[in-house]
Design a protein around this ligand. Structure first.
Ligand code: MV4
Length: 589
């Protein structure tokens, strides 16, 4: 095996191409139109154009990618995650072309993609399942009978779906019929099949998943678990390893169950077995198996010392499991956050666009897996993941604090990001205590303090066409301030300086004072000067009237606020003056 085609884009393509280089393999990228200048294309040894932005016409086009792999004389294809990674027909087409597939056999992908089949495999392997039916429901009566036997609440789930779509929670027998109809309708619409099965519904479980590695000889190793409970609408946001507070015997049982499932499925290469975990009872239950490398694989790498992509490539090349993979030595704690081009202050609305500025955090224990850089336009056509920020610490709290530090260092300009959400998550008392669950983000965190980062209705063209603000560094009394200068075409003044509120106040005070020890006295309103009571060189005391100003038939006394010597008298009797006109300066004596 010498030439590996990476059938993906973004940060995961970059990740895999780096591994290829480290192993002395030729890394071959493919790219669609919007990725012409992408990082993964630049880092590859070779790159092949595969078509238009639309995934169906490029990254999801099975025939086109297999044909490109042939033309590029690739002898292996790594699918990454997403796109075609769990497409059994693609895996089969790659193997039929005489090319190695960096993943499990097509049959294992197909079996695990079918949720009913996957449950059967898990059952056969003796792994714990949430109490439920393995066969689809034939009507509401079966679900009501199940509820009577096992108790409520129940979960009705799409047999041929996943990701939570079509799932309905039923809290009593009277809700069953309507919920079943609704689940069947949703399932039919989302997946083209209406079959639904029933399970006990667990309230606020944790999502704990096991990473496994399997070789071609049927040897399987458990290389650590991850907790991925912090998610919103089934999109993971934060992942960590090890799972906080997981009892050692539960960890071992979960690892064993995962290996048994992989063996039963005839699995090879890297895979992830997902479980729901109930800390209250210590119970864990098989959910599904993902037959690919996962987005969150780096947290496992940081605590186990195993490079999972190296392992995938070596297993695909026919190597057996290494000793270090069969018995990893775990150290410390790792946390990953997903930095997406989304605005958490606007319901996590995706907001792709031009990344104007980009500076990654670094330093001890920090890893950034990014797919973008400054000047890259995040395409609308793909998911909004910009980068994964992963930190390692000797323990969980050190990792959490390090994450806060790294989030502060991360500078991304031009697009809104999930960074403010992550800061909030790291500071959340439940998260800090390791008390996580799948309902924490949506029901346990106060997200109302997240302000929108986006100005609505700024389209891409406008965003890319406007000249960027200029960054000025100014020093005021020796203190440093960063100031963004925005060009303003629509006003006569060429530039407007926006500064922090405290700085503005300081400037105003400075203007009013005219400098240390100086007071510039100004007219408080527009009017006519009817009397000037001081002349240059006079000394005045605080409260002393300087001029009398008539406005709207009323006389106003404009007074000094400090003691000092009058200079620069700028008005005479009979002048009409606007608001804010300088009357005189008083220099402290
Ligand atoms: C559950 C559950 C509670 N009880 N099943 C949602 C996605 C799908 N893959 C499985 N899901 C769930 N199944 C029973 N019997 C709670 C969830 C669930 C969830 C699971 C994993 C990660 C995040 C989640 C968020 C909400 C609900």
């Amino acid at each position: 095996m010498e030439r590996v085609l990476v059938a993906n884009r973004g940060e995961i393509a970059v990740r895999i191409l780096r591994a290829c280089k480290e192993l002395g393999l030729v890394g071959i990228a493919v790219y669609a139109d919007p990725d012409r200048d992408a990082l993964h294309v630049e880092l590859a040894d070779e790159a092949w154009h595969i078509g238009e932005a639309s995934p169906a016409k490029s990254y999801l086009n099975v025939d086109l990618i297999v044909e490109t792999a042939r033309r590029a004389r690739a002898d292996a294809v790594h699918p990454g995650y997403g796109f075609l990674a769990e497409n059994a027909a693609f895996a089969q087409a790659v193997m039929d072309a005489g090319i190695r597939w960096v993943g499990p056999p097509a049959a294992a992908i197909a079996a695990m993609g079918d949720k009913v089949e996957a449950r059967k495999v898990a059952e056969q392997a003796g792994a714990p399942l949430v109490p439920g039916t393995v066969e689809p429901l034939t009507g509401p009566d079966a679900a009501v009978a199940f509820g009577a036997e096992h108790g409520y609440p129940l979960a009705l789930k799409a047999a041929f779906g996943g990701g939570g779509r079509g799932m309905k929670v039923v809290r009593g027998a009277e809700e069953v019929a309507a919920a079943l109809q609704s689940a069947e309708r949703e399932s039919k619409a989302a997946f083209g099949r209406s079959e639904v099965y029933v399970e006990r519904y667990l309230d606020a479980p944790r999502h704990v998943e096991a990473q496994i590695l399997a070789d071609g000889d049927g040897e399987v190793a458990f290389v650590g678990e991850r907790d991925c409970s912090l998610q919103r609408r089934h999109q993971k946001l934060v992942e960590e390893a090890p799972a906080p507070g997981l009892p050692e015997e539960v960890r071992a049982a979960l690892g064993k169950a995962s290996c048994d499932i992989a063996r039963t499925a005839g699995y090879t290469n890297a895979g992830t077995v997902e479980f729901l975990y109930e800390p209250r009872t210590g119970g864990f239950y098989f959910l599904e198996m993902n037959t690919r490398l996962q987005v969150e694989h780096p947290v496992t790498e940081l605590v186990s010392g195993i490079d999972l992509v190296h392992a995938q490539l070596r297993v695909a090349a026919g190597e057996p499991l290494q000793d270090a993979w069969r018995e990893p030595s775990y150290r410390g704690h790792a946390i990953e956050v997903r930095v997406n081009a989304e605005d958490p202050g606007s319901k996590f609305m995706p907001a792709p666009g031009l990344v104007r500025g980009w500076r990654e955090p670094s330093g001890p224990g920090v890893r950034v897996d990014a797919g973008v850089r400054a000047g890259f336009t995040v395409p609308q056509a793909y998911d909004s993941l910009l980068a994964k920020l992963i930190v390692w610490g000797e323990d969980r709290d050190q990792a959490r604090r390090r994450m806060l530090r790294a989030l502060d260092e991360f500078v991304i300009e031009g697009v809104p990001t999930t960074i403010p959400f992550h800061r909030l998550a790291m500071l959340d008392p439940s998260f800090a205590a390791g008390d996580v669950s799948t309902v924490l983000v949506e029901h346990g965190m106060d997200l109302s303090t997240l302000a929108p980062q986006t100005t609505p209705a700024v389209d891409d063209r406008e965003r890319t066409a406007k000249p960027p603000p200029r960054r000025l560094v100014i020093e005021l009394d020796g203190k440093r301030f960063d100031v963004d200068v925005f060009p303003q075409e629509e006003v006569k003044v060429a530039e407007r300086i926006r500064m922090p509120r405290s700085l503005k106040a300081l400037e105003r005070a400075r203007a009013e004072l005219g400098g240390p020890g100086k007071e510039v006295v100004k007219t408080p309103m527009q009017g006519t000067i009817v009397k000037v009571l001081v002349a240059n060189g006079d000394t005045v005391s605080p409260g002393q009237t300087l001029v009398v100003l008539e406005a709207m038939k009323m006389e106003n006394h404009v007074t000094a606020h400090q003691a000092g010597t009058v200079s620069g008298v700028n008005v005479k009797e009979g002048d009409t003056v606007p608001t804010g006109a300088t009357i005189a300066t008083i220099e402290a004596t």
